[in-house]
Write a protein that binds this ligand. Structure first.
Ligand SMILES: C[S@@+](CC[C@H](N)C(=O)[O-])C[C@H]1O[C@@H](n2cnc3c(N)ncnc32)[C@H](O)[C@@H]1O
Length: 357
């Protein structure tokens, strides 16, 4: 009796026939058979770990493979480890996440996180290979030319251009009659600089290497002017500015000038870790004026100038030469770091002039 009553009941369960409900059921089943793989890479800015993890979480969810909280925590730990590894090696590194759905019957998603290290010479080589010259603009910096001219007759004003790039400043200085030397880190740019000097039969001494490397010999008491244009924006730490000053103090003649461009944060803004990391990752390393003052302490330099590079160059370049490149005005005003919808950024590229006392 009992058995026949139960079989009657099961016969009474009617099949689902509503198309919408069935469609949902098919999709639920089919989602497990989505086969996807991909690659997402992020700039190595460790302070953005939570943002990057949320991008990944969203992506995994879109593929029908949402991560449970414990899996997200593990993902965060893995991404952070590689962000820190890449950041330590170079602020231009990237973290790469390669992911793929697991084959059925598994319904998960696996990933591998790696750090891809990019060095500065490697990136400038890419500029040389892919961009149309002139890479840094067709004109020398007006501030450089004015400062050089203020120091005496060109033949009496030897100049060292550090991080000279393709020689945007070195070549016009040599043409003007200055004994000109250059230090440059990136071999691809050294080649261009040397060739231009040779083609024009200009005597330019080119030293290939890193100015922060103590093994790179710099002649003593040799220069009336040393310039670093758009170079300190690649430095990572204040200690590197101190290293620069230590190396240049013996090289610059008393009364001579060290002129460099450098991103300062506005005095009303105290940069946090994120701003500092992002500024380095976007080739616009910011420093505070206080940090520069501390870096100078104990070295025979006094600060005699602090001017906006953007405003100085815009005022003195011929109108037809402004802006020097498509990226210059935005970069020099901090917009490569902050994409703001209102207001100005709290950083700006400044001409800093130090006199060797
Ligand atoms: C944005 S480019 C500017 C080139 C040139 N000064 C100009 O204004 O046209 C920066 C240059 O600085 C060089 N550089 C960066 N750090 C350096 C270092 N520590 N020693 C020597 N060169 C460096 C780079 O290789 C690159 O050529």
């Amino acid at each position: 009796m009992a058995a026949s009553s139960s079989s009657n009941k099961s016969k009474q369960v009617l099949p689902e026939t509503r198309p919408i409900t069935l469609r949902e059921g098919v999709i639920r089943r089919t989602d497990r058979h989505i086969n996807a793989n991909g690659r997402i890479s992020f700039k190595c800015i460790p302070s953005l770990v939570d943002h990057y993890v949320s991008v990944l979480e969203t992506q995994f969810k879109i593929l029908g493979r949402p991560y449970a909280p414990t899996e997200v925590a593990q993902l965060r730990a893995n991404v952070l480890l590689k962000l820190e590894e890449g950041w330590k090696a170079s602020p231009y590194s990237r973290v790469v996440v390669e992911y793929k759905t697991d084959p059925p019957p598994n319904d998960g998603l696996s990933y591998v996180v790696t750090a891809r290290i990019y060095t500065l010479p490697e990136l400038y080589k890419e500029w040389v290979d892919t961009r149309t010259p002139p890479l840094f603009g067709a004109h020398p910096d007006c501030k450089v030319m004015h400062t050089a001219a203020s120091l005496g007759a060109p033949q009496d004003v030897p100049i060292l251009d550090i991080g000279a790039g393709t020689g945007r400043n070195t070549i016009p200085l040599a043409r003007a009659g200055h004994p000109a030397s250059a230090v440059e880190l990136s071999p691809a740019l050294v080649q261009i600089l040397k060739k231009t000097a040779e083609d024009e039969k200009l005597e330019v001494k080119v030293i290939e290497g890193d100015i922060l490397d103590d093994n790179l010999a710099i002649p003593e008491n040799a220069y009336k002017l040393v310039i670093l244009c758009e170079v300190v924006s690649h430095f990572r730490e204040v200690s590197e500015i101190r290293c620069l000053l230590r190396r240049l103090a013996p090289a610059i003649q008393p009364g001579g000038i060290l002129l460099f461009s450098c991103f300062f944060s506005h005095d009303s803004y105290t940069p946090d870790k994120l701003s500092r990391e992002a500024s380095r990752a976007f080739w616009a390393s910011l420093f505070t004026r206080k940090e520069l003052a501390e870096a100078i302490e104990g070295f025979p330099f006094e600060r005699i100038g602090d001017e906006s590079v953007h405003d100085y160059e815009k005022e003195h370049l011929p109108a037809s030469a402004w802006p020097p490149t498509g990226w210059f005005a935005g970069w020099a005003s901090g917009y490569d770091v902050y994409k703001l919808t209102s207001g100005r950024t709290p950083i700006e590229l400044r001409w800093v002039t130090l006199r060797r006392v």
